[in-house]
Design a protein. Structure first.
Length: 723
């Protein structure tokens, strides 16, 4: 039937084409054909992106319109990713009015229209949302794409709003519940608003998709799109965390340097609303909001630029933007530098500033209104909605206290006028923190002045140590350290860390000692007992002419408190008589342990990371500091009043705990600096005592330098760095 009709119409068509070509019609001959020609390709060759160029959407007056991909320059690449071999899960986190459902819809419609034909499952968070979505978008799309519509028998009573047979494929729309998840799988699954589902259901869908879809082999694909309501501990954020992540970058219209509006980007473009908030006591709420709506701009984050951009400017930047994976960079002409890595799981972090359908000035007005309400009432419900739904951001501490910037911004702000392992002018004394990890000691050394300015002096790990039994040739054999299970490994701290000295930048022959060493006595089972036993043993040591006496003030054991608040920020020195908390293993002598409120100290350090221009409290890092230490410094984010690490955080931890060390030194004692105290007084390099308890390992003295001036210790360290 259809065939005979099309033969008949083909004759008319031929005649019509001849006339069209001859200019018998008013229409441009190319106009009706460009789109259709694409469809003449073999079906398997038609990509989702090519289909998107012919896809129709309902226009404002109900007329079919083409999807305008030029408006959403971030969509095409996502459509390409849908077709990439080896990609099976896509996570998209974004705000409302961003187009986060377009990618999945287009992929599914392409398969309905042009095949290959697959069963599809669409999940939404609730029955009502599902109904609205099907009514408003899906039903229209199925009926208005002729190649889909002709495959559907609308008379079939089994076809309805949530189940449609389209040619050979069955399409099901379900709201996610325990019941609708049971026994369900399909090669193509689309899950919308996973963060709006109860946590149990959200997790069930994740697991279902990951496990059950495998049976469909290489054709399987699941697309999750959501606001990040549950971030970072659930929902779409979990999918993104495990994926090859993409963030949208663009080049500044003024300076040409790259930045990204997306959360957690390494150089982030933000808006200037903070400056308006400072005016809230000077004008009425209405006036302030008007001003916000009028004057909000995006600001280039590069310190030497700081150019401001209007709502329209940002769309210009958007047009030349690109999705970057974390290892990639955006070149001056908007070119992507570095290869894309294709992985099973691909994640996209979007932001409202990318969307053509929003106006940042109006967004700013709403956001500031929500912030003012929070300030007045302490209720952050609206602010949370604004962050998550309107901006597409993970909701963070609304006070801005505890805010930690991206690492490149922090790096740009910190002073960097000295080299690693040297003490620059201004530093009065040194502290260090040793973090006891499974197979390593992580050491961070921080210098201080009396105005709480601080300098990262050194950062290193000890993972292996010469096997003692080999005696005088310690470079020969190394073994992994195991501080939780081998008490003797703790002696390495005495041999190699406690008595480090660092040369003064202005006179490298003079070296500054460490005033205070903080050791975190918590870790794997065994760490606490070993820490206490080791410390008690050296404290109990009697001076016999061999070995050495370690002044008790040099070392402070700590166990950071789980509490969020309390009267003693840095804890009180608590007496410990036993190695174990059960009170079975008595120590050689009593020791002291502190329980600082690290939750609160972290706010101090986060605040100091914002300080610049040499003001009191400013932090500094060496000019040659590897970027990974700066990344560690911004690793923790305050979410729902919990400091949550993303990746390694040793330098952050080191700084936070050295703040406790700074306090313990009590550098503000009156008269203390009339004459520099011994624990801060630089000594001549040649006079640094060999602080060793065993002969033959005088690794800390300058005397052991070989001819190139590299000490045995430096070589140990180099070796450990490579592990
Ligand atoms: Zn700029």
């Amino acid at each position: 039937m259809i065939q005979s009709q099309s033969i008949k119409s083909a004759v008319d068509l031929q005649q019509g084409l001849v006339e069209l070509g001859a200019g018998a019609f008013y229409a441009d001959a190319r106009e009706p054909w460009l789109d259709r020609l694409l469809l003449l390709k073999k079906r398997s060759e038609l990509t989702t992106l090519q289909f998107a160029k012919t896809r129709l959407i309902e226009g404002p007056t109900g007329q079919p319109e083409h999807l305008n991909l030029a408006k959403t320059p971030y969509i095409p690449f996502m459509l390409e990713v849908c077709d990439m071999e080896g990609v099976h899960i896509i996570g998209i986190s974004a705000c409302s009015r961003w187009g986060k459902t377009i990618t999945g819809e287009t992929k599914f419609l392409k398969h309905y229209a042009h095949g290959p034909s697959y069963n599809t499952l669409w999940y939404m968070q609730s029955e009502d949302d599902l109904k609205d979505y099907v009514d408003e978008r899906v039903d229209w799309a199925l009926r208005n794409h002729p190649m889909i519509n002709e495959k559907i028998n609308w008379q079939d009573p089994k076809n309805g709003r949530t189940r449609v047979q389209i040619g050979n494929s069955l399409a099901l729309w379900r709201h996610a519940s325990q019941k609708t998840l049971r026994g369900k799988a399909a090669p193509l699954i689309k899950v919308d608003e996973i963060d709006g589902m109860p946590r149990k259901i959200a997790n069930a869908i994740l697991t279902l998709v990951k496990n059950r879809q495998r049976e469909f082999g290489s054709q399987r694909l699941a697309i999750f799109a959501s606001h990040p309501d549950m971030a970072p501990m659930g929902g779409v954020w979990l999918i993104i965390a495990d994926s090859q992540q993409h963030r949208w970058w663009w080049n500044c219209l003024a300076c040409g340097q790259a930045s990204s509006p997306c959360q957690d980007a390494t150089m982030r473009m933000r808006w200037n609303v903070k400056k308006f908030l400072k005016l809230k006591d000077e004008m009425t709420r209405e006036k302030l909001l008007d001003m916000v709506e009028q004057d909000t701009r995006l600001v280039c984050p590069h310190p030497e630029c700081k150019a401001e951009f209007t709502n329209e400017d940002r769309l210009k930047m958007n047009a030349t933007g690109a999705w970057l994976q974390n290892h990639q960079e955006l070149g001056p002409k908007g070119e992507v530098i570095g290869e894309y890595i294709i992985r099973d799981q691909m994640g996209f972090v979007g932001h409202a500033f990318m969307s053509p359908w929003v106006n940042i000035n109006k967004l700013a007005r709403d956001w500031v209104a929500a912030k003012l309400t929070f300030d007045d009432t302490g209720d952050d419900t609206t602010l949370r909605e604004e962050n998550v739904k309107t901006l597409g951001e993970r909701h963070e501490d609304p006070d801005g206290a505890g805010h930690v910037d991206d690492w490149k911004s922090v790096k740009a702000r910190l002073r960097r006028n000295y080299l690693l392992k040297t003490v620059p002018p201004g530093v009065l004394f040194l502290t260090q923190f040793i973090d006891i990890q499974g197979g390593r000691f992580e050491v961070r050394v921080i210098g201080w002045d009396l105005a709480k300015r601080s300098w990262l002096i050194d950062a290193y790990a000890i993972k292996q140590w010469p096997v003692d039994v080999l005696g005088p040739n310690p470079m020969g054999a190394f073994q992994d350290i195991d501080p939780a299970n081998r008490l003797s490994d703790w002696d390495i701290i005495e041999k190699a860390v406690l008595f480090q000295h660092y040369p003064m930048q202005q006179n490298m022959q003079m070296c500054m000692p460490i005033a205070k060493t903080i050791i975190d006595a918590v870790g794997e089972p065994g760490v606490t007992a070993n820490a206490r036993t080791w410390l008690a043993n050296i404290m109990a040591r009697e001076y016999t002419g061999e070995g050495q006496i370690i002044p008790p003030h040099l070392i402070q054991l700590i166990q950071n408190s789980n509490k969020k608040d309390g009267p003693e920020l840095y804890g009180r020195p608590l007496v410990r008589q036993y190695a174990d908390d059960a009170g079975m293993k008595k120590l050689a002598v009593d020791i002291r342990e502190r329980m600082p409120l690290s939750h609160k100290i972290k706010f101090l350090i986060a605040k100091r990371m914002q300080i610049h221009d040499g003001a009191p409290g400013q932090m500094a890092i060496p000019a040659n500091c590897p970027d990974r230490y700066v990344r560690e410094l911004v690793s923790e984010t305050l979410i729902n009043d919990e400091w949550t690490p993303r990746g390694r955080n040793e330098t952050w931890d080191g700084w936070v705990n050295c703040e406790t060390a700074r306090y313990c030194v009590m550098p503000d004692r009156p008269g203390l600096w009339v004459e520099t105290p011994d624990w801060a007084k630089p000594v001549e390099r040649s006079k640094i005592r060999a602080h060793t308890i065993e002969e033959g390992v005088e690794i800390l003295t300058g005397d052991n330098s070989d001819q190139a001036g590299v000490s045995v210790w430096d070589r140990y360290r180099e070796l450990n760095d490579k592990l």
